[in-house]
Design a protein around this ligand. Structure first.
Ligand SMILES: [Zn+2]
Length: 451
């Protein structure tokens, strides 16, 4: 008998997807199939969403992390297999710059710190290359190496239940013949699943429009994704939803989606593309722009810096409430920062908003006539009021001040599911108990056979 020494490997990769339709989670599923016989997975594959405001990344900005165990002599072979999978899968494109990072044993602190910054900042490729070179067992990239940033972040942000909230997503994939065609499923089974399992599942249906949200619209291989609190519930959810086309495989990911993790590390620094969280005092009444966007102005408490705040379509109910804010109201704003060169001002694109203080506002009106009780009109500046009906005049009357009824509450506002960014914690999750551990289910991924 020979004793095998096992090695723990942390593997992170990113930027393998393009707008043309490939998908990083799908590549993860392909890699899992390739290496499953050689390795033991110590965690679900992690789908880590990083700063959503980075314009040169695909909208979701998701990277993948694996934590696996493998016999020492298999390590090199496993890494080669993953590199080959990335090379054969990614679609060459100037905006697709895959990166792969491998850490052996303990995760260095510098990578953990880097992963927290990746949630809220714009990080440089140079810094990622430097860390990968000096602190990783191996790294590899194609193109400019941008994928190393997300790769490192997916390793460092390991969603340890001791200090981080996390959720799961089950993703199912289509057979290649169906790519690009309309996704077909029995829609009523999605409502049935949501009714039965909510709040253990979330964001399947938009609460304002009742629209089904689990299927993406694009040419990518994802058939549907269902988000939830525990993996076993997602397997149950998936058994209820009935597709009307054959599927290729599925995989459950552990993720920071729906957790507000970026806001937990955000602050009130104002910098282009950064994630912002801070108290703002409204200085100007909201304006409704063409297309229905809402813009208002405020100043950041402490720094006094003036910023614009924006709420976009299609966050209907959210926007309506934002539109009721008035000067001197105070809010805790959560969002992404965009610098508008033409206007020389930073705009916070609101992802969430807590109304903290509602200020008093008054309207002024002319007093009533003491003789005939008709409302008088102004007799001119500092000339009091006159009555048009009976001719009464009094140069000493003042306007009456009445408090305006503010139809707004002290509350937390979150856009409806279809307008939410991946990382945003929905209302439904505020009542969910914090998970203490990662519960592994047996069939966390599966390839359907005999298709
Ligand atoms: Zn009168």
């Amino acid at each position: 008998m020979t004793l095998q020494r096992d090695t723990i490997l942390h593997i992170g990769f990113d930027d393998t997807d393009s707008l043309q339709g490939s998908c990083t989670t799908h590549l993860a599923t392909i890699i899992i199939e390739e290496i499953d016989a050689q390795v033991t997975f110590l965690d679900y594959p992690r789908l880590i969403r990083n700063n959503p405001n980075i314009p040169w990344k695909t909208r979701g900005n998701g990277a993948i992390g694996f934590t696996i165990k493998t016999p020492e002599e298999e390590v090199d072979q496993v890494i080669v297999t993953i590199k080959k999978s990335i090379e054969s899968y990614y679609q060459p494109d100037e905006n697709t710059n895959p990166g792969l990072v491998v850490v052996k044993g303990n995760i260095p602190e510098i990578i953990k710190e880097f992963s927290k910054r990746a949630l809220i900042e714009v990080l440089s490729i140079e810094e990622a290359k430097d860390i990968a070179t000096n602190h990783c067992f191996d790294h590899y990239f194609i193109g400019n190496g941008r994928g190393l940033i997300g790769g490192l972040a997916a390793i460092g942000n390991n969603l340890n239940p001791r200090n981080e909230d996390f959720t799961y997503e089950i993703l199912t994939y289509r057979i290649p013949d169906n790519y690009g065609t309309k996704r077909r499923l029995e829609e009523e089974t999605v409502y049935e699943m949501d009714n039965k399992l909510s709040p253990e599942v979330f964001n399947n249906i938009d609460e304002e429009t009742n629209k089904i949200l689990i299927c993406p619209a694009g040419p990518d291989p994802v058939f549907y994704g269902i988000r939830g609190e525990e993996a076993d519930k997602l397997l149950e959810a998936s058994s209820i939803v009935k597709p009307k086309e054959p599927l290729d495989n599925y995989c459950i990911f552990r993720t920071n989606q729906g957790t507000d993790q970026h806001f937990n590390y955000a602050d009130n620094q104002v910098e282009n593309f950064r994630v912002f969280k801070g108290i703002i005092q409204i200085t100007k009444k909201p304006q409704v722009l063409l297309g229905g966007h809402i813009i208002l102005q405020g100043k950041i408490e402490h720094s006094e810096k003036l910023v614009d705040l924006a709420a976009f379509e299609p966050s209907k109910g959210f926007k309506k409430k934002i539109n009721k804010l008035l000067p001197n109201d105070r809010i805790l704003a959560y969002g992404g920062i965009k610098y508008k060169k033409e206007l020389k001002i930073h705009t916070i694109q609101l992802e969430k908003c807590e109304i903290l203080t509602i200020s008093d506002h008054y309207k002024e009106s002319s007093p009533y006539c003491p003789k005939c009780s008709k409302r008088m009109t102004s007799a001119g500046r500092n000339k009091g009021h006159k009555c048009k009906k009976c001719g009464f005049k009094d140069s000493n009357t003042q306007k009456i001040k009445t408090k305006i009824e503010r139809k707004i509450d002290i509350e937390l506002l979150i856009p409806p599911a279809q307008a939410q960014r991946h990382l945003v914690k929905p209302h439904r999750r505020y009542t969910v108990k914090r998970k203490e551990r990662v519960k592994f289910v047996e069939n966390w991924w599966k390839k359907y056979t005999n298709l």
